[in-house]
Design a protein around this ligand. Structure first.
Ligand SMILES: [Zn+2]
Length: 425
């Protein structure tokens, strides 16, 4: 592990997410594993897990259904989806299965997107117009070949967890769905304290290489006009991002503005009127006829890795209670106070509060310094006085002290902060 001094030598500021990640023991990269492949430590897994379960719950409430899909797919899949024609530069080279056994045929590619798998799930059974919109969501682990020089901590990685979803709907539904995704995305990002956003309307760069986009001019025009209409109806100001469209359609890209005024990509909503046709997707209309649906591809946080990297810098590592890997650190003044400290920890853990006792032989002031460095929200010091009075003394992150609080009052306070996802203690 690098010391703070070594980090400074590399030119990282103390608020760089790579420095915070090390101090809080959240994640690391290993030259043995490979560049751009983050390893999530137990503390980082707690932060990630909390964000992911919040994300899943909110999606369930908004009518999305969670799915899982494999990490690789046959070459034919990526040919049909258009990825090999339009997106191959960002993909890892294929795995030739004939090298493994004579019976195995073909090559597998690691997925750079989850779309073709969600389409395959849709196509596993026929659908009536009454079932639409169908919304599949997945925290999909995709791999993209980014040039090693462009990799930057969690902000640019090769193993990416996209908070992905595909909304498959009828032509009379997609405008409304587009609008709902925008509202939903703003709502989710606001929970993390982002209040200001900048919206971009991402269109094709008509001067770029011919194979960059699917060639179907009337469909592109219709998709672009529909997006403009939604932005207008919602009274959303936007800038145009020439070249920001995906190969299958135009998009609305939303950037969150952090407290330093820097913009970070969060939401993307892509209107796809091309791939459903190409893939042969259909639903049965009220006359019993086959119709081609429209698909929205969307992500709300962007990638979990980048989102956490940006968020760590935004909150300077002072994670709100609901995300803190250790919410309460209990420090016994001496060995004879350890039993009481353990009892308190057990009670907290029983009540879904993440608590740990410092059982080291270090002095109490050293233990406090250690817990402060780890930016733990609540530090509880247990000595003779606390045992005698059967109450707690707290030190909040930031230094404020609270004396003589009962364990039940303390638990109620922490539980409320977790439930409300508050940034206060
Ligand atoms: Zn997609």
């Amino acid at each position: 592990m690098k010391s703070i001094k070594e980090n400074e030598k590399q030119g990282f500021s103390k608020n760089d997410h790579r420095v915070i990640g090390q101090e809080l023991d959240l994640f690391s990269f290993s030259s043995y594993v490979g560049p751009g492949l983050a390893l999530w430590h137990p503390n980082g897994a707690v932060v990630r897990g909390e964000i992911e379960s919040f994300w899943k719950k909110e999606h369930q409430k908004a009518g999305y259904k969670y799915v899982y899909s494999p990490i690789v797919g046959l070459k034919q899949l990526w040919e049909k989806s258009g990825h090999l024609e339009h997106f191959a530069d960002c993909m890892y080279p294929p795995m030739d299965m004939s090298l493994k056994s004579k019976e195995e045929q073909g090559a597998y590619y690691v997925k750079p997107m989850s779309c073709p798998f969600h389409v395959a799930i849709y196509q596993a059974s026929p659908h009536s117009y009454k079932e639409l919109p169908i919304k599949y969501c997945e925290l999909g682990n995709v791999y993209r070949y980014e040039a090693s020089g462009g990799l930057q901590g969690l902000l640019r990685v090769r193993s990416i967890t996209q908070d992905d979803a595909h909304i498959i709907c009828r032509p009379d539904q997609f405008m409304d769905e587009l609008s709902k995704v925008l509202d939903f995305g703003f709502h989710i990002n606001k929970v993390f304290g982002y209040e200001k956003f900048k919206v971009y309307f991402s269109v094709r760069d008509l001067k770029s290489k011919k194979d960059k986009y699917i060639d179907n001019e009337p469909v592109w025009q219709m998709a672009e006009e529909s997006i403009l209409q939604v932005l207008k109806e919602k009274n959303i100001a936007y800038d145009i991002d020439v070249g920001g469209a995906k190969f299958y359609g135009p998009a609305i890209d939303v950037k969150a503005i952090d407290k330093n005024g820097k913009e970070w990509q969060c939401m993307t909503i892509q209107l796809d009127m091309n791939l459903p046709q190409k893939w042969g997707m259909f639903y049965i209309d009220h006359n019993g006829q086959k119709q081609v649906p429209i698909m929205l591809h969307r992500a709300i946080l962007g990638s979990i890795e980048r989102f956490i990297g940006v968020y760590l810098e935004q909150c300077e590592g002072k994670l709100p209670v609901w995300l803190a890997p250790v919410q309460v650190k209990i420090l016994p003044v001496s060995e004879k106070h350890q039993k009481y400290a353990n009892q308190i920890a057990e009670k907290l853990i029983e009540n879904d509060i993440r608590a740990e006792v410092d059982l080291s032989e270090n002095t109490i002031s050293y233990q406090i310094r250690n817990a402060v460095r780890q930016k733990i929200p609540y530090i509880v010091v247990v000595g003779d006085k606390e045992i005698e009075k059967d109450c707690l003394s707290l030190r909040l992150r930031g230094g404020e002290k609270v004396h003589d609080i009962s364990l039940s009052d303390f638990m109620a306070r922490v539980a409320e902060k977790i439930k409300s996802k508050s940034a206060d203690l």
